[in-house]
Write a protein that binds this ligand. Structure first.
Ligand code: ZN
Length: 178
């Protein structure tokens, strides 16, 4: 396994649309393993292939559950989605989202509170999963990445400009850090 470099906004690749995976071969399998490792080290709850510079429709998620034990134990809720598709949605929820590709800033984004997602698993078997709450939010956030959409793109223009300014300042501070 290897750690992958997570692209940071405004890297233009983050705006690209990923292509469906044709077959889950050795290369895709290695990508999945590397993404799982990279997500764990970055302490993320989700990672899309687009974020590591690969234009394939692959997402890994590890969303903590509601109880404390699940919160502590990483990897417990690991799920791999190949060619994910939202096939059902309802309700709405607002959550203060962050992103490994836009580090240091968060903003409230409104999304569906419940989604049903169809995808292939690591072995290539088709499955359907229902998600709610943070799990549903993370699924929508990651599938957005595969379509070249960042959470900041879902904000109003005014809020987006504000977040961009904040982000720029945070990045400048980081450049000067020892
Ligand atoms: Zn993200």
């Amino acid at each position: 396994m290897a750690l992958l470099n997570i692209l940071k906004y405004p890297d233009p690749f983050l705006k690209t649309k990923a292509a469906p995976v044709q077959s889950i071969d050795l290369e895709v399998n290695k990508l999945i393993s590397d993404m799982v490792e990279t997500m764990a080290l970055a302490r993320g709850i989700g990672l899309a292939a687009t974020q590591v510079g690969v234009g394939k429709r692959v997402v890994v998620l590890d969303v903590p559950g509601d109880n404390d034990e699940e919160r502590r134990e990483r990897g417990k809720n690991l799920i791999v989605l190949v060619n994910p598709e939202i096939v059902g949605s309802s309700g709405s929820i607002t959550y203060d989202e962050g992103c490994l590709s836009v580090p240091g800033v968060t903003a409230e984004v409104e999304r569906f509170s419940n989604v049903t997602v169809k995808a292939l698993d690591r072995e290539g078997a088709l499955f359907e999963i229902k998600a709610e709450g943070l799990f549903a939010i993370a699924m929508q956030h990651e599938i957005d990445h595969l379509d070249g959409i960042l959470f900041i793109d879902r904000l109003s223009r005014l809020k987006r400009e504000l977040i961009k300014r904040k982000y720029k300042k945070a990045m400048e501070r980081q450049d000067r850090a020892l």
